[in-house]
Design a protein around this ligand. Structure first.
Ligand code: PAF
Length: 280
């Protein structure tokens, strides 16, 4: 695996590979890699000739300085995992390389209603930070295909909108959520759960699954109420648990054949998010 820390070096390398007609796949990450990230690398390897992964903990998308400071950065282990997964290139720039001291954010304000709800409401400015960094990374890497995990479902809608507006040639791939044996969605933040919290963290998934298993016109609303009562009481601090349109994220009032159920809750000091696609 080749490691680049400077944008211009990665750019020159990619330009050269493009003259050889290679398909470039890109997996942007913030590191602390787990099987979820590695499944994105695997998907990219299946479709592309050359896979680039970036590791960059993006300061502009964090709402709390403590979350940014405590974000895990096990770079040695990440490099080992990427080599094992046969990733071709790692882009690992420092903050100055990408921001050069200017932390002004691009705006996602007019992307649509969906940026202002759920994560957009809970984490003001978060998607502006995501759009800012993804825009920079796509501009540097200029990939043909990009791979994002469904766990950050709303982020995927934001990135798809960025692509439609600024990078129409890029092909977007939504990749399934990787889960622990008990259903908990894999996340770099899961290591913050203590053992008691970890034992019940999969209740978020169980609640979503209950809605998925009752996805029909007669029972879906009762299932939503029941799931909340059964799984998401204390010690969970529930932020949202709702069924929405897959594109607009408008909360459903009437049944639809296809939708998405999304949840966010805090357990101790760890914020968990998860979702499941619904279809009859
Ligand atoms: O999903 C993530 O890890 C980050 O939001 C991303 C897309 C790498 C941008 O920093």
């Amino acid at each position: 695996m080749i490691l680049f820390q400077k944008s211009k070096d990665l750019q020159a390398f990619i330009e050269k590979k493009k003259t050889e007609n290679l398909q470039i796949g890109f997996v942007p990450t913030m590191g602390a890699l787990h099987q979820g990230h590695l499944s994105l690398i695997r998907a990219a390897k299946q479709d592309c000739d050359l896979v680039v992964c970036s590791i960059f903990v993006n300061p502009t998308q964090f709402n709390q300085i403590s979350d940014l400071e405590n974000y895990p950065r096990p770079i040695e282990n990440d490099i080992k995992l990427l080599i094992e997964a046969q990733c071709d290139v790692l882009f690992h720039p420092d903050v100055n390389e990408l921001y050069g001291g200017n932390f002004a954010k691009d705006s996602s304000e007019d992307y649509g209603r969906f940026v202002h709800v759920l994560e957009g409401e809970s984490r003001p400015g978060h998607f502006d930070g995501v759009v800012t960094i993804v825009n920079k990374l796509f501009s540097i890497c200029k990939p043909h295909q990009v791979y994002f995990g469904q766990k950050d479902y709303q982020q995927c809608l934001v990135v798809k909108t960025l692509i439609a507006r600024e990078f129409p040639a890029i092909q977007f791939h939504l990749c399934p959520i990787e889960r622990e044996a008990d259903g908990l969605a894999m996340s770099s933040r899961n290591i913050r759960l203590n053992s008691q919290e970890r034992n019940i963290a999969n209740h978020l998934y169980k609640a979503l699954e209950l809605v998925q298993n009752n996805w029909n016109k007669e029972h879906w609303q009762d299932a939503l109420t029941h799931a909340k009562e059964m799984y998401l009481g204390a010690p969970f601090k529930l932020e949202y648990f709702c069924v929405c349109d897959q594109e607009s994220l408008e909360e459903l009032t009437d049944f639809k054949a296809e939708a998405v159920v999304l949840a966010a809750a805090t357990l101790g000091n760890t914020r968990l998010i998860d979702n499941l696609l619904l279809r009859i």
